[in-house]
Design a protein around this ligand. Structure first.
Ligand SMILES: [Zn+2]
Length: 547
């Protein structure tokens, strides 16, 4: 309903177009549901201004002011004493109309939101004082209806994403309107659809916010914007957003990547390492020199592991420098540089420049070519700890990949401390987890004996409002760790992949399969989730066995 062209029920009552009984019937139906769009803010204002401290008030929703009487909606019984107190303060009569909890909380929420401020603050239910289990789509629609302009709409959408720990927002033109989707725990979800008549304007507003060329809609654009947001009791937390647009059928699609500036990284202990792999991994980070390689596709969480590790090692005693493409998060105590191919700042050039800057620890975004690889490995043998990434399916495949890129195998075997391969799995939602008894087929999928299965610890999520009915909440990494010992060094130098796999099988290598078994049999995640994210080879390669 368009509030500017339609009079509120209160206005119509004042114009004597309707009676007070009719007005109340329109506002509150027989079940106590309030049609919020028909309310008049002036009524709320006049009532609430008499009560600067609202904490002493029962939950009241001002409906009408008529003939010196306030008609107030309330989801709970109100005592005569309280009614007298309200009456004394407002110098009016008071009539209480029963309304539903939901009407009251919905009204309360729209009263207490500032569409022009970004906020990740979860909603508190005013009746129970508890965190509200949010139905994102419903609430987003409610709040969008309150936004007065396009910028307010975009900010409402961004706040919703922050509240629901989304990493990306997609705005996609369709014939039905602008579809808004959030990526939460790695999976996209439909949130709402903006009407077709404002689709284009919403995209233009976003382009204005991002300082893009709004006259240009035929070529892709990208920009970075900074803003502040509120979270819990803290206000003014920094937020970086990378906005990109892409011309497509039906208009322009925009994607906003949210990058909260306040250290989004958990501690090392929360990344998903097992006790054993964490001990080994921390050992590598304490080495004065050597190379650590992180592998996994985009979205496997390797950046989080890498940044968390850098934060752990960046003390006052060392110089930590990075070459990245692009710099995703700004980290304290670290000099971060960005690749700029056109300006000649390639990974190789950046690395050479860094080496003249007396570094102790170097993070190299990616190794793609022979020259960078050679320089990086030499640095790792001459007093520098080098961390870098490769795109391979698992830890062991990083070895042939490195040999393909071409540094001397002797350099690789001497410098390499180890390889971390990872994938992110969603964790079973703690709010709706129930025990699950594994079937024979489940055990076969994992390739384990019933004795190893710990069937009493398996869990699945039934689905609840807090996990958007997915049964999962939050993610952690499944980690495969290849620790380079003397035997492996020898095999890397002059052996074959077959020899390597045989040795790994014998030496209790922490493979993806072992890590997956541990997570499923401890009820952290499910078999379906493990099969969804792990490369197929990981579960079928039985040559790498349980120790
Ligand atoms: Zn749940």
């Amino acid at each position: 309903m368009n509030s500017t062209s339609t009079l509120s029920v209160w206005q119509q009552l004042k114009n004597r177009e309707i009676t007070c009984e009719e007005a109340l019937r329109w506002l509150v139906d027989e079940e106590g549901t309030v049609t919020l769009s028909l309310l008049d803010v002036e009524v709320s204002y006049r009532f609430l201004r008499e009560f600067p401290d609202r904490s002493t008030l029962p939950p009241l929703l001002p409906l009408l002011l008529w003939q010196n009487c306030f008609y107030l909606g309330c989801p709970v019984p109100v005592s005569l004493d309280t009614i007298r107190r309200l009456s004394d303060r407002t110098f009016t009569n008071i009539k209480i109309i029963p309304v539903t909890d939901k009407s009251y909380t919905t009204w309360y929420r729209t009263q207490n939101i500032d569409a022009n401020r970004l906020s990740s603050q979860p909603f508190i239910n005013p009746l129970t004082g508890e965190h509200e289990q949010e139905n994102i789509s419903e609430i987003t629609r409610e709040l969008l209806a309150k936004a007065v302009d396009q910028i307010g709409r975009i900010k409402t959408i961004i706040s919703g994403a922050l509240r629901n720990r989304a990493s990306d927002i997609h705005l996609e033109p369709t014939t039905d309107g602008l579809r808004i989707r959030y990526r939460i725990d790695g999976i996209l979800r439909d949130i709402t659809l903006l009407p077709p008549e404002i689709s284009r304007r919403a995209i233009v507003a976003l382009k204005v916010m991002a300082d893009m060329d709004i006259a240009e809609s035929r070529r892709p654009q990208d920009a970075r914007i900074g803003d502040k947001y509120t979270s819990g009791s803290e206000s003014d937390l920094g937020l970086d957003m990378r906005v990109s647009t892409l011309p497509c059928v039906g208009g322009e699609k925009a994607v906003i990547r949210l990058l909260p500036r306040e250290n989004p990284f958990a501690g090392m202990d929360e990344l998903g390492f097992s006790d054993r792999t964490l001990t080994i991994y921390k050992g590598w980070l304490k080495q004065p020199q050597g190379m650590i390689i992180f592998t996994g596709p985009t979205g496997s969480g390797k950046t989080s592991t890498l940044y968390t590790s850098l934060q752990t090692v960046a003390t006052e005693y060392v110089n930590v420098v990075t070459v990245e493409d692009p710099v995703e998060y700004i980290l304290p105590r670290i000099t971060q540089t960005q690749v700029h191919e056109l300006a000649g700042m390639t990974f190789a050039a950046g690395l050479r420049a860094i080496l003249r800057q007396d570094p102790d620890i170097i993070m190299l975004g990616e190794i793609r070519d022979h020259e960078t690889a050679e320089t990086a490995f030499r640095a790792a043998l001459t007093g520098h700890l080098v961390l870098t990434t490769l795109h391979t399916n698992d830890a062991a495949s990083a070895i042939p990949r490195l040999k393909d890129i071409g540094p001397d195998p002797g350099l690789i075997s001497d410098a390499l401390l180890g390889i971390v391969a990872q994938r992110l799995v969603r964790k079973v939602c703690p709010h709706c987890a129930v025990p699950y008894t594994p079937t024979e087929f489940d055990l076969k999928l994992l390739g384990i004996h019933p004795d190893q299965a710990k069937p009493e610890e398996w869990r699945v999520g039934k689905g609840c409002a807090r996990c958007f009915h997915s049964g999962y909440s939050g993610r952690e990494a499944i980690i495969e760790l290849l620790d380079v010992d003397d035997t492996l060094r020898q095999i890397i130098y002059e052996g074959t992949m077959t020899q390597m796999y045989r040795y790994l099988a014998e030496s209790g290598f922490e493979s993806f399969r072992m890590a997956a078994i541990a997570k499923v049999t401890h009820g952290i995640t499910t078999i379906q989730e493990v099969l969804r994210v792990l490369p197929h080879s990981a579960m079928s390669r039985r040559s790498v066995n349980l120790s």
